[in-house]
Design a protein around this ligand. Structure first.
Ligand code: SF4
Length: 307
């Protein structure tokens, strides 16, 4: 469960009160008690840059662990990783780090350089404290280079990051040429990397390909306490928080019952139903459909080509 950022209109705030942290820890503990044992609950610190909190982060991980017995993991941009941090993280019940990486063939201006972050991963990753590649966000213009990008990551890390689409306000519908590039590159990625290393592609479009066929949902417990939880309303609060999944993953109700991806499209992330400045809901849903077919068809055609 991610919880970790608050952006108000004036500034980015990182802190969380002890009271709210304890409420969230108790909520996670209750969820663990009532959900069936085949549902795994993970706890993630993410959003903004959690490592900017320095030692305070460990106070939070300690509290979460003491109440829930779940070791949180951190999604980070990796710039602040050093030996002191690793030593403290291990002592303070951090499970592992997932480090976001820029596309080395087209890094964003001002973002941490992927070469520097890859070096940190290779230097500090260990079986005692895993540091794994997290997500690499790609733009439509990157689709033509996805395979080359993956070869670079694999050469250095022997694993691949999760390749993530731009899905919120920055999403622009891909052109026909970009969809063709996407198809060809996924085909090459699957043909080369299948059985060498896990392949995780476009989790907001094809989560079924990312998480080994398992369902995977994210609930945000943010610094603004958007669920209005208090220590006195946790029973009802937990129900409300779990019910948030219906809002975050609404039904699509696609009428193309002959589509082979119909089951996989039963519920999709809310971002595809929403209108943003660069594309309204209608265009986003159309792109979702085109990309879903492109990604899944390419993935399974590549698998079928194995003898
Ligand atoms: S891929 Fe497109 S046509 Fe197929 S079920 Fe999903 S939304 Fe409908």
């Amino acid at each position: 469960m991610p919880f970790f950022t608050r952006r108000d209109r004036k500034k980015i705030s990182y802190d969380i009160s002890d009271e709210l942290l304890d409420i969230y820890a108790s909520l996670i503990f209750q969820a663990k008690k009532i959900l069936p044992p085949n549902i795994e609950i993970q706890c993630r610190f993410s959003g903004g840059e959690p490592l900017a909190l320095n030692d305070k982060l460990f106070r939070f991980s300690e509290r979460i662990y003491n109440v829930t017995r779940i070791k949180p993991y951190i999604l980070t941009n990796g710039t602040k990783i050093d030996q002191d941090f690793i030593d403290s993280a291990r002592k303070n019940h951090i499970n592992f780090l997932a480090v976001s990486l820029e596309n080395p063939l087209n890094p964003s201006t001002g973002a941490p350089h992927p070469k520097e972050i890859i070096n940190k991963i290779t230097r500090y990753n260990s079986s005692n404290f895993p540091i794994i590649p997290g997500v690499t966000i790609v733009r439509n213009e990157d689709f033509k280079n996805l395979y080359s990008m993956c070869r670079i990551f694999y050469k250095k890390l022997k694993v691949l990051p999760t390749i993530n689409e731009l899905s919120f306000q920055a999403f622009i519908p891909p052109t026909k040429k970009q969809l063709k590039d996407l198809y060809e590159n996924i085909f090459k990625i699957v043909s080369f990397f299948y059985l060498k290393t896990p392949i995780r592609l476009f989790p907001y479009i094809s989560p079924e390909l990312c998480y080994g066929g398992l369902k995977h949902y994210i609930i945000e417990l943010d610094l603004e306490n958007k669920h209005h939880l208090t220590k006195n309303n946790l029973d009802k609060g937990l129900f409300k928080v779990l019910n948030q999944l219906n809002i975050s993953y609404p039904k699509l109700n696609c009428e193309d019952y002959n589509c082979e991806w119909h089951n996989e499209c039963e519920r999709i992330k809310w971002v595809w139903h929403a209108s943003f400045e660069k594309a309204n809901a209608e265009k986003r849903l159309k792109s979702y459909c085109e990309m879903k077919k492109t990604i899944n068809n390419s993935f399974f055609e590549a698998l079928k080509s194995f003898k």
